[in-house]
Design a protein around this ligand. Sequence first.
Ligand code: ARG
Ligand code: GLU
Length: 719
Amino acid sequence: MKKALLILISILLTYIVKADEGMWLLPLLKQQKLAEMQALGLKLQDYDIYSPDSSALKDAVVIFGGGCTGEIVSSEGLLLTNHHCGYSQIQMHSSVENDYLTNGFWAMTREQELPNPGLTVTFIDKIEEVTDYVKQALGKDDDPDGMNFLSSSYLNGLAKKRVGESFLQNNPGVSVEIKAFYGGNVYYMFTKKTYSDVRLVGAPPSSIGKFGADTDNWIWPRHTGDFSVFRVYADVNGHPADYSESNVPLRPKRWLKISLKGVRENDFAMIMGFPGRTNKYYTSWEVAERRDIDNSVRIHIRELRQKAMLEEMLKDPAVRIQYSSKYAGSTNAYKNAIGSNWAIDKQHLEEVKKAEQDRLIAWSKQQNHPEYESALLTLEQLVYERKELRFRSWMLDEAILRGIEFVKVPTDITRLCDALCSTDKSDKDHQMHLLELACLRFWDKNYSPQVDRKIAKVMLAEYRRQIPAVSQPAYFSVIDKRFKGSVDRFIDYVFDTSIFGSEKNFQKFKASPSAKKLKKDPMILFTEAVHKEKALLAGELADFDAGYAIEHHTYVEGLLRMYKDKANFPDANSSLRLTYGQVKGYSPKDAVYYECQTTLDGVMEKEDPNNWEFVVPARLKELYETKEFGRYALPDGRMPVAFCATTHTTGGNSGSPVLNAEGELIGINFDRNWEGVGGDIQYLPDYQRSIIVDIRYVLFLIDKYAGADYLLNEMEIME
Ligand code: ARG
Ligand code: GLU
């Protein structure tokens, strides 16, 4: 009884105290939130932040690469983002002689800035609501019950039609996109301009940019200088163009001013960026599904995998280097899943969503809208019915497809087999060459067959323990038939005999290749079987998707109607959003309070020369000891490093500018605390914090650490 009461109170609180919740759409800012933002301290008007007709702060915020945000900080196209967002570019330019990951990199002249083929930066030129336009088109659609209402290719086709081919032809680098919001109840069109000559200007060493690495990932208090610097180039007319020596730094519409005034607890802060994906409109059944299937499988399988991987990494320094990035990738989503389950249970997120559903049902009875209750019933049913398929799919993904590396071996071997059986030597050589190239996709310098062999045993054994034999890929029956059920013996056989099992095996095959050997290669057979199972599961699950999408659309429509007088916001979908809140510490547990600002003192506290994650570079120690902090220090003389704020962010917000009440840059968002990741389902006011590198630390590192102070000349720095 008492417990139920406590839960009820916490649910009510979640509804009342959610001041800083929200990833707001810029065109609705004025109507929805401006007054509240100003009450919290904002000194700007909506049109300073976003204006459809003239330049505003939003014009300095860009999509960086595939999944990050960046911001323009000079009139010459200089851009800031995170170290982990520029990581693959920094890695790409690194070699043993010039190890930029270890030592950092600073271009001391424009000529030294390094081009990055494939890397793009995208500006949002225009945002328009196009709901009526899309609904009209959908009304004339041949397949009114189909999935077009959420299909990006269909919607982008509509976008192109709307602006016309000639518009796109006359505007190089410009594209249009229509995105669905609220499950397809609302649509916006984005006109975007993409620049493809983006050069690396600078990055601190990983011992600063990735300080604390996996141990500190998702953790507050944090001491990472997670930033890197790029520059956007354009052709002489300022248009997007692929890399060329004749390109010049972009003259952007807008760049951010940088503030050295710093932050104090309760200061207003806002973040603009491109949050990727949230699930605020989950039903209670999906919350349970996320916990009991998605997150649980991920946590359990990765625990086993990481344990096996770490054992090998600790045994051999070469393996440690090879697998550090894979290990980091694995733990990133793993820790997120743990935080997500913690929040689902401790913050009663199932009950929170249930309460919302009940409210909708009561309201729809009153309003005579039976479709909302029936949508909920169908959603409950769908989630129930897809349970087994979903579990099998998550197990296959986590244990086999992500867990075992050799399932990246090439399986389309028909052409090669044909060539091997023919007498055409040049075709044979060509096909063998292609095989070797395909092989390199996983057989790179970071692959160790010994490690994969060990992990494969653990992964496959666990998969077989959890999935009934009849539901496993048919090929797996050889384990019982030929290896008496011993996964270890099977995997040893796979590695010992597959042409991809070792360098030696591959060379042997190369010396006398045969189609027969290829066709019965166990890694190929295994991989084929796994992909077939994946396709089968995806197909069966897709049968649920269409039904789900339609009912989800109806459910969200109901919520929008019920809450029509309340400001609400759609789930993140990689579109431009603004979140605001306050710089604020938090209490993670009884008697513990985390302050909102960290300093270089904390870096020195965490220093451990024997643990690669916590090595402090000598130069930084020197600066710490001589206290050469210049104008970047706190009033008490200490050097700020990071701060945290109540803003509502998620993956994709990495690299996002954090702005003060005047709209000046005070930090770069790079992470969230693990207690806050449940905010992807329900914002947690007492626990959720964005983790932000203080801009004063960034400038200090550029200026005093790297000696690249010439870069500061092009920035507008407000003291
Ligand atoms: N947790 C952050 C994010 O989700 C940072 C990830 C990169 N850092 C790391 N140590 N793996 O992207
Ligand atoms: N590190 C995340 C990113 O790359 C941000 C952390 C989060 O809020 O999920 O976008």
